[in-house]
Structure formats: C-alpha cells, structure tokens
Write a protein that binds this ligand. Structure first.
Ligand SMILES: Nc1ncnc2c1ncn2[C@@H]1O[C@H](COP(=O)(O)OP(=O)(O)OP(=O)(O)O)[C@@H](O)[C@H]1O
Length: 264
C-alpha cells in the first residue's frame, strides 16, 4: 500500500499556482528524491504532506488518511508518524546531544526515563555517535551535527521521513555519510522517505526513484538508471548542470531596450 499518495493535487498561494496536477505514490521502504529548480514547489509538496497547508484540489493521503480533511487533533496524531529533517537540522544549542535526541521522546511520549535512555542510545548508535552523547552541539562538526539531527528525527520511529536539503553545507565525505545513513535508516525502519535535494550525484547513488518538478508540475520521473539514460531535455539540463535549457537562465522580462528606456 502507498504510504504517501498525491492524486491530481493542485495548490496555489492566492492567485499564484504553485503545484499543478501532481500525482505520485510512495510505498513503505521506498526512498524517493524530488528534484527541481528553485521555487519549483518542492518544499510546498512537503508542507502538504505535513498538513501545514491544504491542497485546493486533489487528495494528499498519508497512510491512507486524507490529510486535507483532518481536524487539528487528527492532524497532530498523523504528524507523530512523520520524521522531518530540515535544512541544517538545527539542534537545540543549550541541550546535550543526548537531550536533543531525547527531546521528542520526552515531549510526545510518557515513557519512563530508563526506557528513553535506551532508545536515545539506540538511535545514536544507529548514526554512529553514541560516543558523543554527552557532547554539546557546538563541539560537533557540521556532519556530526546533521547525524544527531537525523537520530532526533527518527526518535519516534516514523513511518514517513521527510528530508529538505539534508546535504546542504556538508563536505563531500560527510555528505556521503549522511546519504548512506538516510538509505540505511530507511531500510531498517521500513519508512517511506522523500529527499528534497539539488544534489544529483548523491540522489542517483541512494534513492529508488526520482521525480523532477518544474514550475509546479512533474515533468519527468524514473529510477536512477532510467534518469541517467534519459534524453528528456529537462533531466539532461538538471543532471548535467547546464545553466540554460528548458529552465531558462533569464526570468521572463520586458524587452531589454524597453527596460533601459532606449526608445527611438
Ligand atoms: N507563504 C507563501 N506565500 C506566497 N508564496 C509562497 C509562500 N511560500 C512559498 N511561496 C512561493 O511558492 C513557490 C514555491 O516555493 P517552494 O518553497 O515550494 O519552492 P522550492 O522548490 O522548495 O524552492 P527552493 O529550492 O528555492 O527551496 C515560490 O515561488 C515561492 O516564492
């Protein structure tokens, strides 16, 4: 069964359409990348899953539940199944690594402290940082901090993991480590995961499937092998990092001479 399902979803901010007729399915155990240029609607798509915004038409389902029709308490319950790692995955700087990972467990469960301790150590072990449990965030490298944020995001054993630019600002080795962890945790937890990223090489290395968004629409999709072999102009432009193509370098503008006031 699909854990995440978009059925002909359209979303607009006021009169400005952001997503148009988006359909996709993600099953348990699947790791999917959403790629697309700046402003193409990637973060909007994640917000629809979290229920921060509601689609004007179409249906977004998480684990079979129509997110757009949930009331506040049902939404709160649904969000417990979501783990999120946002850009830079900010840790609480006044809390130790241990307390950062314990935070969602203390906030959202009534588990006794002895059990919380075991769970925190298990999550830190999974990201290779049990040895840093007593460190403060400022003592960690960027890559380590991202891994702690990852341990915190999976603290409640989510069914769905959403990653918004998880690789931003990481050196190549930390980036590969975080990528490998995202894949391993996905498989170990059997989650449905979405990674929003600009990192083509890392996505092709770790994900099962890729959706390309342009201007609020899915313009191409496929497995990493299909994407590598694709002759689709948008995919070509994206994976070869060409500055111009279907995604134009120039934002549409009035004629240059008119803009400069060069009238005859
Ligand atoms: N609250 C808002 N009100 C109005 N417009 C918004 C709002 N939030 C985002 N937008 C617009 O919606 C469009 C899509 O934004 P979104 O954040 O989904 O893009 P994105 O693909 O994640 O981009 P990036 O890669 O730059 O983060 C953008 O043009 C943005 O300016």
């Amino acid at each position: 069964m699909s854990i995440i399902e978009f059925q002909n979803v359209s979303f607009a901010y006021g009169e400005t359409p952001i997503l148009r007729d988006v359909s996709l399915n993600i099953e348990a155990g699947q790791l999917v990348a959403i790629m697309g240029g700046s402003g193409s609607g990637k973060t909007t798509l994640l917000k629809l899953i979290g229920g921060q915004i509601r689609a004007q038409s179409g249906v977004v389902r998480v684990n079979g539940e129509d997110v757009g029709s949930l009331n506040e308490s049902a939404l709160y319950r649904m969000r417990r199944k979501l783990g999120m790692l946002f850009q830079f995955g900010a840790l609480f700087t006044d809390l130790s690594v241990f307390d950062n990972v314990a935070f969602p467990l203390r906030e959202r469960t009534a588990l006794p402290e002895s059990m919380i301790r075991d769970l925190v150590l298990m999550k830190l072990q999974a990201v290779g940082l049990r040895g840093a449990a007593q460190s403060m965030p400022q003592e960690l490298s960027g890559g380590m901090a991202r891994r702690v944020a990852l341990a915190r995001a999976i603290a409640l054993d989510p069914q769905v993991m959403l990653y918004d630019e998880p690789f931003t600002g990481l050196d190549p080795i930390s980036l590969a480590t975080v990528g490998k962890l995202i894949r391993e945790l996905n498989d170990a937890l059997g989650t449905a995961s979405i990674v929003v990223t600009h990192d083509v090489a890392e996505s092709l290395a770790i994900v099962d499937y890729i959706y390309f968004l342009a201007d609020g629409q899915i313009v191409a999709q496929g497995t990493p092998d299909e994407v590598k072999a694709s002759t689709h102009p948008f995919v070509q432009q994206f994976i070869n990092a060409r500055p111009d193509g279907p995604l134009p370098f120039h934002k549409p503008a009035p004629a240059y001479a008119d803009d400069l006031g060069l009238h005859q």
